[in-house]
Design a protein around this ligand. Structure first.
Ligand code: GDP
Ligand code: MG
Length: 163
């Protein structure tokens, strides 16, 4: 049985940046032609020798502010149906939004293993700002800068340990 990890969250939080980072090493080995897999939403990755499938969500529409709530909800539901683990990505630069709250409610009701990740934490100052997300009523979140890759190791250690 293969483990499937889905990355969900509202537009622009950095889901695809993390997805591409997770696939990077593997793609470099598998694909001899650069750039051919840019628009993929499924990919294989591994951490500490443990393989898993990654699903990127939300990439079908243009990244504009007027994405329909309905479309986000649909994609989160698909991820819940398909994935064994879910990475719920938030962004420290915009803080906690109504859409974030709605996605979180869906995930909580799903009973799936959910990893809450606050992205765009590019500096120590932003680690402090990230504490805002405790207002979700959670005990733990991961911070990350998917742009630089910092924080991804801590998250993946836990994700693969829980498979
Ligand atoms: P998605 O819509 O959730 O897939 O988000 P993208 O991965 O397309 O990223 C949206 C924007 O946020 C892009 O301009 C990224 O370069 C930027 N971004 C992603 N991760 C980070 C990060 O860790 N720090 C900062 N400062 N920007 C980021
Ligand atoms: Mg995307």
């Amino acid at each position: 049985m293969s483990n499937i990890v889905a990355i969900v969250g509202r537009p622009n939080v950095g889901k695809s940046t993390l997805f591409n980072r997770l696939l990077e090493r593997r793609e470099a080995i598998v694909d001899s032609t650069a750039g051919v897999t840019r628009d993929r939403h499924y990919g294989k990755s591994d951490w500490n020798g443990v393989e898993f499938t990654v699903i990127d969500t939300g990439g079908y529409e243009v990244n504009t502010e007027d994405i329909f709530q309905e479309e986000i909800t649909k994609q989160v539901q698909l991820a819940i149906d398909e994935a064994t683990s879910i990475i719920f990505m938030l962004s420290v630069d915009e803080g906690l939004t109504d859409t974030d709250q709605e996605i979180f409610e869906m995930l909580r009701r799903s009973g799936k293993k959910v990893y809450i990740v606050v992205n765009k934490v590019d500096s120590a100052t932003l680690e402090v700002a990230a504490t805002e997300f405790y207002s979700l009523g959670i005990e733990k979140y991961y911070t990350m800068s998917s742009a630089t890759g910092s924080g991804t190791g801590e998250l993946l250690d836990d994700v693969v340990a829980d498979f």
